[in-house]
Design a protein around this ligand. Structure first.
Ligand SMILES: O=C[C@H](O)[C@H](O)[C@H](O)COP(=O)(O)O
Length: 225
């Protein structure tokens, strides 16, 4: 069974967590794209959604779902999003789709983070996937030196035309290879404090409450809260 089919499977399973008549936090990425399609088909009545990217906002609107500003919402029952890696404690690496800052903002509004992922995302220790870090462009070179001091190799994420990728927030992304993240919370706090870092793609303070993990033999539910 291919990865895309597994993503569609967990997306379907996540419908169970959608708060009928409520407001839903919606993440970004290929798994979430399947989820938005499933949501549109299920036609669950919603007040609306808070979205974590321009891409998801466009898909939600196409599906006829109202998109609300994060500033208009005090609390969300749940936030549904994918991950690039998830460890045995529910800590994640996110940001492969460059949406990590808004994802962390929306996750912070939510009581529960429901992670939807195919089984290939499960790792014993975070760090095989290059760690995305959204940075203020003028700080990227000095931040790359800081990552080198930690044993990581940071590279600026480029678009297909060779120009730096610019996020929805007008920032750049460093992808840091070579880190073995044994203490995700401590490293998240440390990197978050460096001048020029907008958001680090370690989600330990906002780890998954539940992960729906898609494998060939079905969807496994992992609980972390
Ligand atoms: O910035 C993007 C997000 O963190 C995604 O949730 C993450 O990259 C997983 O994406 P996908 O579902 O495409 O594997």
């Amino acid at each position: 069974m291919d990865q895309d089919t597994l993503k569609a499977r967990v997306a379907q399973a996540a419908l169970e967590y959608v708060p009928a008549h409520g407001i839903l936090g919606v993440g970004t990425g290929s798994t979430v794209n399947h989820f938005i399609a499933a949501l549109a088909q299920a036609a669950i009545p919603l007040q609306g959604a808070v979205s974590s990217s321009e891409a998801s906002t466009a898909l939600l609107r196409q599906a006829g779902i109202a998109v609300l500003e994060a500033s208009a919402v005090e609390r969300l029952q749940c936030y549904i999003d994918g991950a690039d890696e998830i460890d045995p404690q529910g800590c994640m690496i996110k940001g492969g789709g460059a949406a990590l800052t808004r994802e962390k903002i929306v996750a912070d509004l939510a009581e529960r983070f429901i992670c939807i992922a195919d089984a290939s995302k499960q790792v014993p220790v975070l760090g095989r996937f290059p760690l995305p870090v959204e940075v203020v462009p003028m700080a990227s070179t000095q931040l790359a030196r800081r990552f080198a001091a930690l044993g990581g190799q940071a590279s600026l994420r480029l678009r297909a035309d060779g120009q730096p990728l610019v996020t929805d927030n007008g920032m750049h992304i460093l992808d840091v290879r070579g880190l073995q993240i044994h203490q995700p919370l401590a490293l998240e706090q440390e990197i978050s404090a460096w001048p020029g870092v907008v958001t680090v793609g370690i989600f330990a303070r906002h780890k998954a409450s539940i992960c729906l993990l898609g494998a060939a033999d079905g969807v496994q539910t992992l609980r972390f809260d």
